[in-house]
Design a protein around this ligand. Structure first.
Ligand code: SAM
Length: 289
């Protein structure tokens, strides 16, 4: 049975759908998708395939990232007039690196009951096979596509004591691994690729081993990458500040400010001291060239 709302306003169901294997749909998801008045889908054509497979004929409306705010208003109005709506994304759980949060927030603000249905997500699927023994992790979703921004993001988590979890596409996985190696060091890591599909691939090893597996290949399938926490390894980059600074200059696209902040923290020096040193060194470098 679907829930009924005494105020005669609708209910928003947030429905997780398979991330590759259609058998992973839950019985409850099927029942709700059949029973609601409308399904708001990230890509209606994509969801239509899923619905056809299960002989479900509920009307669809598109709900995608670029239209989230506008569409949310419209859907909230429909919910307020008593319609029940299921929100789905292309795969997995809506709102997890997928559209959904804007509608959920707007619906809650309008006093609409929200019912989340548990189900597949690449995040929890990968974590369940990763063996994170202390059970803590930080989900960072998709890292920035640009190298400089990606390195900056990574550098802000050098000291994080949790496993870092990323979503990544096949054509950027090697670039992400290379930056993790540069910025975070050769930590232990795990990837889950093509989860729940025919060519499911689970790999555990050091970042350099995973990088070797990914480099120069046509990496099929989407990835979840989990990077274990590591100890600070600044000293390995050089024997003194000058060498460490030069290492950053040669190997990263981080700004002087970011590099100084990081080295100062790791070596217990003042930031201005390191920054000054970096300025001198990099200025001297320019003069020479
Ligand atoms: N909302 C989804 C969820 O709950 O997992 C995630 C959507 S996000 C747009 C898509 C990303 O999730 C992919 O680029 C990949 O990193 C990850 N992903 C989705 N399906 C996957 C699968 N079958 N195997 C591995 N990673 C997957």
């Amino acid at each position: 049975m679907m829930q009924t709302n005494l105020d005669n306003i609708g209910i928003l169901y947030v429905v997780a759908t398979p991330i590759g294997n259609l058998e992973d749909i839950t019985l409850r998801a099927l029942r709700i998708l059949k029973a609601v008045d409308l399904i708001a889908a990230e890509d209606t054509r994509h969801t239509k395939h899923l619905l056809n497979h299960f002989d479900i004929h509920t009307p669809l409306i598109s709900y995608y990232r670029e239209k989230e705010a506008e569409r949310s208003e419209e859907l909230v109005q429909r919910l307020l007039t008593g319609e029940t709506i299921a929100l789905v994304s292309d795969a997995g759980t809506p709102g997890i690196s997928d559209p959904g949060a804007v509608l959920v927030k707007a619906a809650r603000a309008a006093g609409i009951t929200i019912v989340p249905l548990p189900g597949p997500s690449a995040l929890t699927t990968a974590l369940s096979a990763a063996g994170i023994t202390d059970g803590t992790f930080l989900f960072l979703g998709f890292p920035p596509a640009k190298k400089g921004q990606r390195q900056k993001l990574l550098s802000s988590f050098v000291e994080a004591p949790w496993a870092l979890v990323f979503y990544e596409s096949p054509h950027r996985i090697d670039a992400l691994l290379a930056d993790v190696l540069t910025i975070l060091g050769d930590r232990q890591a795990f990837w889950g690729r093509e989860l729940s599909k025919l060519y499911e691939d689970l790999q555990a090893g050091s970042i350099s081993q995973l990088l070797e597996l990914a480099t120069g290949k046509r990496n099929r399938g989407e990835f979840v990458l989990i990077v274990q926490p590591g100890s600070c390894e600044e000293e390995k980059k050089g024997e003194n500040i000058e060498e460490i600074l030069l290492w950053y200059q040669e190997n990263t696209e981080l700004s002087l400010k970011d590099v100084s902040r990081r080295i100062a923290k790791d070596l217990g020096l003042s930031r201005s001291q390191v920054y000054q040193k970096a300025l001198e060194l990099w200025a001297a470098d320019k003069e020479e060239s």
